[in-house]
Ligand binder design. Structure first.
Ligand code: C5P
Length: 209
């Protein structure tokens, strides 16, 4: 039987999550937001009063991942984003989250996963790979609006600085850095509304089927 595996990677607030969810709905496939796993690990470390940069603490949190944190109200907070990117640099953390993601990608019928290393590490043989991006300014504006909608009011400059810092750390780390896979289709959403971006994403996937 044919397994349709779709890998959606890209930087923070590029629209990859929204696109991955919509593409999954289009094909009737299950969807995994892998960033949420790193966020849960980051949040667990913060709740223990630990430092995301401390490998031992972060690895312990990843190995004993508390899945209830995926439903936590603080999962999307700016502090959690920062902690997620901090724990994600540790190879031991990535290893602890690997099997869960691999198994999700391998389920009968297929799946859609979004993250930073889906097309490169988690599902290198995916049927279709999308690398979703947008300018840092557009991404910061989206992120600022998303935070504001949840009552976290931050200045544009502050959010832009956070986005750039997270980009630099995610792309600059040694373990599974954020990079466009050689066989991934690039989708720049800077000038696209959500509906148009989703249509374009489905068209790109159709090209690969
Ligand atoms: O996608 P999201 O912004 O929620 O991811 C939060 C953080 O988790 C990212 O900044 C990145 O450091 C990390 N991450 C990762 N690999 C993934 C997904 C997320 O390193 N597959």
């Amino acid at each position: 039987s044919f397994n349709l595996v779709i890998a959606v990677d890209g930087p923070a607030a590029s629209g990859k999550g929204t696109i991955a969810k919509a593409v999954a709905r289009h094909y009737g496939l299950p969807h995994m937001d892998t960033g949420a796993l790193y966020r849960a690990v980051g949040l667990a470390v913060l709740r223990r009063g630990g430092q995301p940069g401390d490998a031992a603490t972060a690895e312990a949190a990843a190995r004993a991942l508390d899945l209830s944190l995926l439903e936590d109200r603080a999962l999307r907070d700016a502090a959690t984003s920062e902690a997620a990117s901090g724990v994600a640099v540790h190879p031991g953390v990535r290893q602890a989250l690997f099997d869960l993601q691999r198994a999700f990608a391998a389920q009968p019928g297929g799946a859609v996963l979004d993250g930073r290393d889906i097309g490169t590490i988690i599902a290198p043989d995916a049927t279709a790979k999308l690398f979703v991006t947008a300018s840092p300014e557009v991404r910061a504006a989206r992120r600022q609006a998303e935070l504001a909608s949840r009552g976290e009011v931050r200045s544009f400059d502050e959010v832009l600085a956070d986005v750039r810092k997270r980009d630099a750390r995610d792309a600059g780390r040694d373990a599974a850095p954020l990079v466009q896979a050689g066989d991934a289709a690039l989708l720049d959403t800077s000038d696209l509304a959500i509906d148009a971006a989703v249509q374009r994403a489905v068209a790109l996937v159709e090209n690969r089927i």
